[in-house]
Design a protein around this ligand. Structure first.
Ligand code: B16
Ligand code: MG
Length: 211
């Protein structure tokens, strides 16, 4: 049976995860909280709003709704300053060969990202036109770990969930993929992503003979 691939963006295609981390770290410091790398693992794949809620709860700090919105905007401005400098050199290891191989084998590609900036980032790294379906935070009601992101991508691609393979670097994203009844390839290690069907360090290590 022919398969479709659904890819996460941050941490799978490009290393924007570090930009999110730096921007959240800067904001957390204003609330006298030192954001750790382990906090950052938990924030991967988590929406902007839920990420700010997480930081405020760690900082034991509450703010007005107005300040909450302002903080979301400021974090995004810092993040976008970094995105503005991006080009295809920001693609993670193995991504170019992975996309070449997908083209060669005619594998339909969907994007399933929690980021509202997904299209912009794809454009910066030159991959916007490689996807037949793009699902991002602006198109879904319930973000990861809810399966909606991936189910919507499968529907747009015209594939049944069991014929989709998801590539994800976040624990919330792997949970979402499994809840969608899809095969989940973790980008990273099995210790951080125990629910993944298996893990590879980057897209370049994917074995296409399995498809
Ligand atoms: P934005 P992904 C996620 O993207 C990131 O992993 C997560 O760290 C970020 O908070 C979220 O997007 C929202 O991003 O602020 O740009 O809307 O990994 O699902 O592609
Ligand atoms: Mg990710």
């Amino acid at each position: 049976m022919k398969k479709a691939f659904i890819l996460d963006l941050d941490g799978v295609i490009c290393d924007t995860a570090v930009f999110h981390y730096e921007a959240w770290k800067r904001l957390a410091q204003e609330y006298h909280y030192q954001l750790t790398e382990s906090d950052n693992e938990e924030l991967k794949g988590v929406s902007r709003v839920d990420s700010l809620k997480f930081i405020l709860s760690r900082a034991n700090h509450s703010i007005s709704e107005e300040q909450f919105q302002l903080d979301l905007e400021r974090k995004n401005e810092w993040y976008l300053e970094k995105v503005a400098e991006m080009n295809d050199s920001y693609l993670l290891e193995g991504v170019k060969t992975f996309f070449q191989q997908c083209k060669l084998l005619n594998i339909p590609l969907g994007l399933g990202s929690a980021s509202k900036n997904a299209r912009l980032v794809l454009e910066k790294v030159g991959l916007l036109n490689e996807f037949q379906a793009i699902v991002d935070a602006s198109t879904v009601i319930q973000g990861k770990p809810h399966p909606e992101t991936f189910l919507k991508a499968a529907e747009l691609l015209g594939f049944e969930p069991e014929n989709c393979i998801v590539f994800e670097d976040s624990s919330s994203g792997i949970t979402a993929a499994k809840a969608a009844n899809m095969f989940a390839v973790g980008i990273g290690n099995q210790h951080d992503l125990p629910l993944a069907d298996y893990c590879i360090p980057n897209l370049g290590k994917f074995d296409f003979t399995q498809v």
